[in-house]
Design a protein around this ligand. Structure first.
Ligand code: ADP
Length: 395
């Protein structure tokens, strides 16, 4: 290999190395070496660990024969050959009799791909109609195969790292959840136990008002426990997709108003302002959608106390868009991508109780309606939760 080629290779490899995406890196690798090594198509085959069959993970046509890039059938049997032999295979068509068409005269050059020291794939070049591969071409192609294997290994490592991060985050969330949930269960249980023990004391006489007050507290705390357990069961059913939805025509605007009225009975201080356009009925599960609105209102009460909540509704571009805006503390940008995850709670000093299930449940319910929910927020300036429901559901 002469110095000029070596220096060109060096520049190209630098360029390839810079690419974050493995496909773009492979494109760069193959396209930029076309001046030194001409071919029509290239394809990479990798063994499927389960079926042991070959999958085409990358295919590209760069030459005159710009045939279907995805159809890499021309190289499959040679790829199999290479994997069995564990070495380069060159297949020139000169011994094939009776074939004269350019596409029939396929000059194939294939290399084994060792990914993580295992022979798990093959890279095949094809030149339709020749010429034969020279020694220099074979050397360049072999370098490309080596580099392609490294790029695929890098892809695998990146995927494994992403997967590992997600599993680690999930495990941390589960851990946090166990401590949150034991706290959440203990608090109402503590109240129930404390007040019922007081009522049962034989050495104390309680007047009627105090008795009622204690019983009310016990009643409310028992409701809180029930809600908590329901939320846990529901989130488990939503995750396993076993929760049944009952779809019927619903009027979203009156649904939200009803929920607000119900919430106001318990929290008379909550000010809700409506900004509603006439909205057609949709097909939905009224009970579940009410649950979503209830969660959003009670989050506003918890995380934006004393702020009014503005509920706006629009019917535009074949979608219904419902926004819940509060002027509370909002959510920092870094945490926004996670708030809809199961068990996720924004870290920091905790004065507000919760389980991290509410928004997860909201998201699952909205997705079951083929809609979408997300939050837009600037820390210190409040949060807007936005729900979009598609128009196909409108009767
Ligand atoms: P929980 O309220 O039980 O913690 P959620 O799933 O309802 O769980 O909410 C997840 C997190 O999102 C909360 O812990 C909170 O930090 C944040 N959050 C939800 N609603 C709001 C809001 N309106 N304003 C600010 N932060 C919010």
């Amino acid at each position: 290999m002469d110095l000029q080629t070596l220096s060109a290779l060096h520049d190209i490899f630098q360029e390839v190395q810079k690419q974050q995406d493995w496909r773009t890196a492979l494109d760069t690798l193959f396209v930029s070496l076309r001046d030194s090594f001409i071919f029509d198509n290239v394809a990479i085959y990798l063994e499927d660990p389960q079926t042991k069959g070959l999958d085409v993970v990358y295919a590209r046509a760069v030459g005159r024969g710009k045939t279907d890039e995805a159809d890499a059938a021309w190289g499959e049997s040679l790829a199999n050959d290479v994997i069995v032999k564990g070495m380069m295979v060159l297949k020139e068509p000169r011994h094939v009799s009776g074939k004269t068409g350019r596409l029939e005269l396929a000059h194939l050059l294939a290399f084994p791909l060792y990914i993580g020291s295992n022979l798990t794939g093959a890279l095949v070049f094809v030149r339709f109609g020749g010429p034969d591969y020279s020694d220099l071409h074979i050397q360049i192609a072999s370098l490309q195969a080596f580099w392609a294997a490294a790029l695929i290994e890098r892809r695998d490592l990146q995927e494994a790292r992403t997967e590992l991060n997600s599993v680690q985050r999930q495990m941390r969330l589960q851990d946090d959840f166990v401590s949150t949930i034991s706290h959440e269960l203990r608090t109402p249980l503590g109240f129930i136990k404390g007040y019922s023990t007081s009522l049962l004391r034989e050495d104390t006489e309680w007047d009627e008002d105090t008795r009622r007050e204690f019983l009310n507290i016990i009643d409310e705390e028992a409701d809180r426990l029930t809600r908590l357990i329901e939320d846990m069961l529901e989130s488990a059913r939503l995750q396993s997709k076993t929760l049944q939805f009952k779809f019927s025509p619903v009027r979203i605007d009156s649904l939200v108003r009803d929920v607000a009225t119900r919430i106001n009975m318990h929290h008379p201080g909550l000010k809700v302002t409506f900004d509603l356009e006439p909205i057609p009925s949709i097909r939905g599960d009224g009970t579940r959608l009410s649950q979503v609105f209830e969660n959003l209102f009670s989050n506003a009460i918890k995380y934006a106390s004393n702020s009014e909540v503005i509920v706006s509704m629009r019917y535009e571009q074949n979608k219904i868009r419902i926004c819940f805006t509060d002027k509370g503390e909002g959510i920092a940008e870094d945490y926004i991508p996670f708030v809809f995850e199961r068990f996720y709670r924004v870290p920091g000093e905790r004065t507000v109780t919760g389980t991290g299930l509410g928004l997860y449940i909201c998201k699952q319910i909205i997705m079951a309606h083929h809609g979408n929910i997300w939050v837009e927020s600037v820390l210190g300036q409040g949060a807007t939760f936005i729900i979009e429901l598609p128009v196909e559901l409108i009767l």
